[in-house]
Design a protein around this ligand. Structure first.
Ligand code: NOJ
Length: 747
């Protein structure tokens, strides 16, 4: 981190402080001096990020020339190392100001060694593993010259229809903030200037996850309180832990496209949070403001984005084509442009690119043993055991197992969304490991060749394999392409004929363990009673097969917990644990299902509460839920004070005992509720969690501390405030567990 007192607002008073910075920080001094010598064209060039289509083999001459003239600041998706080197050489040796380029790429959940999708990583509730995984991603990607990743995605996602939920950490602002810190620290390492560090990019700023109806790119209507109390929180953490860059989102937020939204880009990010890095648009999101109906043409789009202090434009060329003219017409100022360029150069300096612009293409480090081991551990800890009737899992090692289903041997699909560099040849599938490396006697018959397959021609063979076995391991889910960008679904059940095949297999009366690989929760209503065990493996990445083998054979106990509420039906969406109470909250005992309503019943709302007549009020599985092969007793729950004063630190203690038969991990969760507020408060909010490992029979005390500031919310006065009054706390196994309740009254 720089030691300068850099005041990064675009407000003029603050910008005039550059003289002060010159004295204090040598890097700022260098930046000022470079910018003072740059031509207008070069300055505009720094704000340009260009890409090359992978279909185009040779570097186009116009791009090479633009670099030579200093008219490009960054590239994305240059995957040929020679191309990258050639471009960098031209930039630092031939361009007028010799400013290095920065090469960017979507390195989302691994580069070559692929880790579980981010939604899965969040389910690990293990930030240390997530930090390690993103460190490994940076080590691998930087060998190709990639020093900037477009990750982590910090969009709060409460709608599993939205395909990009796969890239998120789910629905909770606290968990997402913890994951934000882990990813950013991993990508950026301890020293951003190390050649193995990548600048992180907190995206998408902001509201992208609130897309109407879960349809990607859609409008986001988020009132100011919700924006601050939920959506902005992980991004504030990103600034606090030093994320070098931010990316704007495609959506409009309350009518103003995020890429030109002065309220979030200027007032919040720069003026309130003092963000020192730079902001890049999303792909073409500047010119897409024309489609939004917010700018009449590319020129007006450039004017609006630049005045909102969007520093760099990804792929579209509105800045390049119109900024000069905008400055000449007085619609934008060169001073503001200087400011944007300085933001960009600051990160290039911090990355050490001026001293060390080239990279070492060290292929040996890719798929390093340690990387694979880490990916396997993360896949293990991400996997959530949702159902385990009669302890069907683990499966005794001498069993005859039928391996069935389209995801049992789908090396490409199990890598998950947006993995451009992962190679299926390196993927370890469940079939690989169960066939080669287990004591099971295995019968394999996919039954369906891919997740959307509707053909029943393979059913006969699959049923035969099932009949000859003790247990069926059914690997179901979604292909990787069914989640991620632009891949929203209106129905989130198992696609194709998977449900049909499961129903047929159930007729054999053999127990079925359903192993899901998918980018989102899957509605299971039609089959949940037909299967005995359910493991949610998300898209588990390169080492998914070995991870699942360790779990299924009982070598390790599963320990993932859901980072998202799992709906029973699509009609329940959005459904999230941290909802408001309403004036007529659910009274479980009074709920009457529509099938029990008498015919021609008297018209009345009385006795009814906030629920669905058909789907009730409960999700399939709550946020924070996940089973293991052991069980844990919670006891001796205490609070340090039931009458704290404002500003106090409060301690909650709980004794956790492994009362099961095997070593296992437990994620102990602490939730709170502010009972009365000047703004209605959620019924529950995750406040802390800790994942511990215990041998059978062993106990451990978990100690949570928090201050009254941690209970604050953004209130009607548009300020963060903790209000005096009564609070409840729960030390819980998941968000609906209210067994261990505490209370305190804040004075
Ligand atoms: C569009 C996506 O929204 C963004 O997340 C990604 O980083 C860019 N494309 C670049 O691929």
């Amino acid at each position: 981190m720089s030691i300068s007192i850099v005041l990064m607002s675009c407000n003029n008073d603050k910008m005039d402080n550059t003289a002060l910075n010159d004295v204090i920080d040598p890097i700022e001094h260098k930046i000022d001096s470079i910018v003072s010598r740059m031509s207008l064209e070069e300055k505009i060039g720094q704000t340009a990020q260009r890409g090359k289509s992978s279909r185009v083999k040779k570097l186009p001459e116009n791009l090479i020339n633009a670099v030579r003239k200093g008219e490009i600041g960054s590239f994305l998706n240059i995957m040929d190392k020679n191309d990258a080197k050639q471009l960098q050489k031209i930039a630092v040796e031939e361009s007028p100001s010799k400013i290095p380029l920065i090469f960017a790429r979507d390195v989302i959940h691994g580069f070559k060694t692929i880790f579980p999708i981010p939604l899965g990583q969040a389910a690990s509730f293990n930030p240390e593993l997530v930090r390690e995984g993103s460190r490994i991603a940076a080590i691998e990607a930087s060998t190709s010259g990639i020093r900037w990743t477009f990750a982590p995605m910090l969009d709060i996602s409460r709608d599993p229809r939205w395909g990009r939920i796969a890239e998120s950490a789910g629905e909770d602002p606290y968990l997402t903030s913890i994951m934000a810190e882990a990813y950013i620290k991993g990508f950026q390492g301890e020293d951003l200037s190390s050649p193995t560090s990548m600048a992180a990019c907190a995206k998408h700023f902001i509201g992208y996850g609130a897309a109407e109806g879960g349809r990607d790119y859609n409008t986001a209507n988020i009132n100011e309180y919700l924006l601050h109390n939920v959506y902005l929180k992980p991004f504030k953490t990103a600034v606090d832990v030093g994320s070098a860059t931010f990316m704007t989102s495609f959506n409009d937020l309350n009518g103003i496209p995020a890429s030109a939204n002065q309220y979030v880009l200027k007032d919040i990010l720069r003026d309130q949070w003092d963000f020192e890095g730079f902001v890049v648009s999303d792909w073409n999101s500047v010119i897409e403001m024309v489609n939004h109906g917010f700018a009449k043409d590319a020129k007006e789009a450039a004017e609006k984005a630049a005045n909102a202090m969007l520093d760099m434009e990804m792929t579209s060329t509105a800045y390049q084509d119109h900024m000069k003219e905008l400055i000449q017409e007085g619609k934008f100022s060169e001073k503001k442009l200087d400011h944007m360029v300085k933001n960009i150069l600051r990160i290039k300096f911090r990355l050490g690119l001026f001293e060390n612009p080239y990279f070492n293409p060290n292929e040996d480090i890719l798929y390093d043993k340690k990387h694979l081991a880490s990916a396997e551990e993360t896949a293990i800890e991400s996997t959530v055991l949702l159902k385990n009737k009669n302890n069907i899992l683990p499966i005794p090692i001498t069993s005859k197992v039928a391996i069935i289903g389209p995801l049992a041997n789908a090396p490409h699909e199990q890598l998950g969304t947006w993995t451009f560099d992962g190679e299926k040849e390196h993927t370890v599938t469940p079939l690989d490991v169960f066939k080669k490396d287990s004591n099971y006697s295995v019968q394999y018959s996919a039954g369906l060749s891919y997740s959307r397959d509707r053909s029943t021609t393979g059913f006969g063979e699959a049923i035969k394999a099932a009949k000859a076995s003790d247990v069926i391991l059914f690997f179901a889910g979604e292909e990787a392409i069914l989640s991620g960008e632009a891949h929203s679904r209106a129905n989130i059940n198992l696609p194709g004929a998977q449900e049909k095949l499961i129903s047929e297999l159930a007729k054999t009366n053999k127990p079925i363990v359903l192993i899901l690989m998918a980018g989102r929760p899957i509605t299971l209503g039609n089959i949940i009673d037909k299967v005995d065990g359910i493991l949610m493996a998300w898209h588990p990445g390169t080492m998914g097969g070995s991870a699942l083998k360790n779990i299924i054979t009982g070598k390790v106990s599963p320990s993932g917990k859901l980072p998202i509420t799992w709906p029973k039906e699509v009609g329940q969406i959005p459904i999230h644990y941290n909802h408001k109470n309403t004036g007529r909250p659910v009274i479980p005992e009074e709920f009457v299902h529509m099938d029990s309503i008498p015919i021609a019943a008297w018209q009345s709302s009385l006795g009814n509460t906030s629920h669905y007549l058909d789907a009730g009020f409960l999700p399939q599985y709550p946020f924070g839920y996940g089973l293991g092969y052991s069980d844990f007793a919670y006891s001796d729950v205490t609070i340090s004070t039931t009458n704290p004063n404002m500003g106090d630190v409060i301690t909650v203690r709980v004794k956790i005992t492994n009362i099961g038969k095997m070593k296992a991990k437990e994620t102990v969760q602490l939730y709170f509720r502010d009972l009365v507020g000047s703004l209605t408060r959620p019924v529950k909010e995750l406040l802390r969690f800790e994942k511990i490992t215990l041998d059978p029979g062993v106990s451990k005390e978990v100690i949570f501390t928090f201050s009254t500031d941690d209970l604050a919310f953004y209130g009607p006065d548009k300020k963060w405030i903790t209000e005096a009054g009564a609070f409840k706390l729960w030390v819980a196994k998941h968000s609906l567990d209210e067994t261990n309740e505490l209370e305190f009254v804040l004075r």
